[in-house]
Design a protein around this ligand. Structure first.
Ligand SMILES: [Zn+2]
Length: 183
C-alpha cells in the first residue's frame, strides 16, 4: 500500500541519528518520497513510469555523499526523498503482482527495472497490497514514527492508519467497486 511505503520511509529516517534541526523535515521528505512513485497510478504506467528500483538506488549514492559532506536541509531532505522512493520501488518487487486481483498470483510483473529492461517478478512476501500483513507492516512503521519522531510527521503517520484499514477491508472488493483504480 502507498501508506505503508510512506510510513516505512518516515520510520527508517526516524531511526537515523539525525541532527534535531533536520529530523522533522527529513521525516516529512521521506514520507513524500514513499508516496511519489505511486503517482504513476494517475499518469503513465503503474510500477513503471515513476518506479525506478535501479536509478533511485544509484541516485541515492551521490545524494547520501552530498548530504554527508554538506549536511544542509536541502541535501539531507533530497537524500531522504530519493532513499524512500528507492525503498518503495525495490519493496514493490517483494509484494504481489500488478493484476487487479494479485492474490490469484496471475501476473509476473512486480516492478519494472530499466537497467535490466524487464519486469522484476513479484516475490509475494507481502502477498498483495492491502493484505493483512501489509496493514501490520504499516502499523509497525507508524509506531516507530510515533516513538522516535517529533513534529507534523506524527499526525501524518497516524492519518495513514484509517486509510490503510479501509483499503485493507475493501481491497478484495475493489475490482468490482472501483475497476478504474486497480486496472
Ligand atoms: Zn509502488
Amino acid at each position: 500500500m502507498v501508506t505503508t511505503h510512506a510510513a516505512m520511509g518516515a520510520a527508517l529516517v526516524t531511526l537515523l541519528p539525525l541532527s534535531p534541526r533536520f529530523a522533522a523535515v527529513t521525516a516529512l521528505a521521506a514520507f513524500l518520497g514513499g508516496v511519489f512513485p505511486d503517482l504513476d497510478l494517475l499518469v503513465g504506467e503503474h510500477r513503471r513510469t515513476l518506479h525506478y528500483p535501479d536509478y533511485y538506488a544509484l541516485g541515492l549514492v551521490p545524494c547520501l555523499s552530498l548530504a554527508a559532506l554538506r549536511p544542509l536541509t536541502l541535501t539531507v531532505v533530497l537524500a531522504a526523498f530519493v532513499g524512500s522512493a528507492a525503498l518503495h520501488s525495490v519493496a514493490d518487487a517483494f509484494g504481489g503482482g500488478l493484476a487487479p486481483r494479485p492474490w490469484l498470483r496471475d501476473d509476473h510483473r512486480g516492478v519494472y527495472c530499466r537497467l535490466g529492461r524487464r519486469w522484476l517478478h513479484p516475490r509475494h512476501w507481502v502477498r498483495w497490497d492491502g493484505a493483512p500483513e501489509d496493514l501490520a507492516l504499516c502499523g509497525v512503521c507508524v509506531c516507530a514514527v510515533l516513538l522516535g519522531a517529533e513534529g507534523p510527521i506524527r499526525a501524518l503517520a497516524v492519518a495513514t492508519l484509517p486509510v490503510s484499514i479501509a483499503y485493507t477491508a475493501l481491497r478484495k472488493r475493489l475490482p468490482e467497486l472501483a475497476p478504474w483504480l486497480v486496472e
